[in-house]
Ligand binder design. Sequence first.
Ligand SMILES: Nc1ncnc2c1ncn2[C@@H]1O[C@H](COP(=O)(O)OP(=O)(O)OP(=O)(O)O)[C@@H](O)[C@H]1O
Ligand SMILES: [Mg+2]
Length: 253
Amino acid sequence: MDKLEVKKLTKVYGNKTVLKGLNFEVLSGEFLSILGPSGCGKTTLLKILIGIESSTAGTIVKNGEDITKVDSSKRGMGIVFQNYALFPNMTVLQNVMYALNLKIKNKGKAEEEAIEMLKTVKMEEHLKKYPHQLSGGQQQRVAIARTLVLKPDIILFDEPMSALDADNRLMLRREIKALQKKFKTTMIYITHDQEEAFSMSDRVMVMNEGKIEQIDVPNQVYNHPKNEYVKKFVVEHLIEKVSSIEKCTGIDL
Ligand SMILES: Nc1ncnc2c1ncn2[C@@H]1O[C@H](COP(=O)(O)OP(=O)(O)OP(=O)(O)O)[C@@H](O)[C@H]1O
Ligand SMILES: [Mg+2]
C-alpha cells in the first residue's frame, strides 16, 4: 500500500457536526498518532476509516482505490480497542484463530499461524487460558495478535493502553513499535497521552472540535505549534512534564 488519503471527511450526528471536512494522508509504514480532547471526534474518525461507521460526506482512498463505501472486511484494516473485546468463552488460541478460520480453510494451517503470532506477542505460554485468567496487558497482547494475524496493512488503535498501569504501558509501547518494524504495518494510534504520542510517532495529528489543528512530525509540532490551541494542549503539557521530572530528580533534561 502506498498511502491512505482522507478528503473532506465529514460526519454529522443529528444536528451536531462531529467531523468537519478532514483532509490528511497517511504514508505506508507510517506511525501516526491522534491527540485531542474528549469528544473531538477521534473514535468516530477511526470507525469511519475502518468502515464500521459511515461518513456523511468525503472520501477515503487507499492505494488509489476509493474505499469509502467498501465493506469493512475488505479494507485490509484491523482495529484494537481499549477494552480488548476478546470473546470471553474462547481460549487465547481460539480467539486468535476465530477470524483466521473464516479466511483459511485448512484448520491445521490456521492453528499454526495463530500460534506463531501468539509467540511474536510473547503469549505462547497462555494458549489455553481464557481472557478472565489474563492481566490487562496480556489481554491486549492477544487482541493485537488477533488483529495482526489477518495481516492488515493498516492497524488502527483506539487508546489501547488506557486500561493499563504505567509499567505495562511502557512495555507494550515498545512491543507495538517492534511489531510495526517487523510487519511494516501502517499504524494510526489514538492516545490521550502527549508523551506517548511524541515518543512513538513519525507524525502527530492534533484534533479539536472535529478539526485538525496541526499534523506534522513531533519536532515541528513542539518547536512550531501552529496556533495557541496546539501550544496549550500539547507543548505546554510536555514542558510541564519535563520540568516536573527535573524538579523531582535534579537532573537537567
Ligand atoms: N453514535 C453516535 N450518535 C450520536 N452522537 C455520537 C455518536 N458517537 C459519537 N457521538 C458524538 O460525537 C462526538 C465525538 O465522539 P467520539 O467518540 O468520536 O469522541 P472522542 O474524541 O473519541 O472522545 P474520547 O476521547 O472521549 O474517546 C461526541 O460529541 C459524541 O457524543
Ligand atoms: Mg474515543
